[in-house]
Design a protein. Structure first.
Length: 243
């Protein structure tokens, strides 16, 4: 059976008249991924995590909130498959990252760059030659080792693993999502807190793997526009005000 692209499935769905297309029905079944749902769950999880920081929800709420990390990584890799311009994709991430950095620094009381810079760097490196990727990741890791802290959230490991995941194929790159999620909390020091968060994130990524492996092309990708990016700094600013 010929494997259809997401565009072919979309054309089939649009061309069907008078009934709900089979491809859309398939997107609602167990085993199919609805990227809009993944996006909403990731956002909800992120809000839970950050609210627990402000209002002292305890480790259980933080662990639930950390499920946002593999969700956002999955969405980034899915977006790389569909974007018409990686340069514009990266520019959008960096622009919102610059605006969000002040709120992020105040929220976490850190000078580390927010996750949007991590994701933007991954987008820029996604189609570069292997030697260039290795050079950038090695330089980033070297600076982080020198200062005993990450420069951007997730560190060099997450950047390298996500770029590797992009090239590993539709099916197999999901394994690197677990590894990248783990790296977010194990770099640079494997504390008990980091191990707990990393293991929990890897478990969520594994669940997502089983839910997406047979339906990568399900026609449920939704364009959200700029509001999706601005929600990140705005919700942290609101939580700081409520504090």
């Amino acid at each position: 059976m010929k494997h259809r692209t997401v565009f072919e499935i979309h054309d089939h769905a649009v061309g069907s008249m008078g009934r709900m297309p089979e491809s859309w029905l398939a997107a609602c079944r167990v085993g199919a991924v609805n990227w809009a749902v993944v996006r909403l769950l990731a956002v909800a999880s992120m809000v839970v995590d950050h609210a627990a920081i402000i209002f002292g929800g305890g480790m259980g709420w933080r662990l639930l909130g950390r499920a946002a990390i593999p969700g956002f990584f999955l969405l980034l890799l899915a977006g790389l498959e569909r974007t018409s311009s990686r340069e514009k994709y990266a520019a959008r991430l960096f622009l919102v990252g610059i605006v969000a950095q002040g709120v992020y620094s105040a929220f976490w009381m850190t000078d580390t760059l927010c996750i949007l810079f991590t994701l933007g760097l991954v987008v820029l490196l996604a189609e570069r030659r292997a030697a260039e990727v290795v050079l950038v990741v090695a330089a980033l890791a070297g600076v982080e080792w020198w200062r005993s802290d990450v420069i951007l959230e997730g560190g060099a490991w997450s950047v390298g693993l996500l770029v590797l995941g992009h090239h590993a194929g539709r099916r197999w790159w999901l394994a690197s999502v677990s590894a990248a999620s783990f790296a977010v909390y194990l770099w640079p020091f494997a504390t008990w807190w980091g191990v707990a968060f990393g293991a929990e994130s890897a478990a969520w990524a594994t669940i997502l793997w089983f839910g997406t492996r047979f339906a990568w092309d399900a026609p449920t990708w939704m364009r959200t526009g700029w509001w999706w990016y601005w929600f990140y700094p705005l919700h942290m600013a609101l939580l700081l005000v409520l504090e």
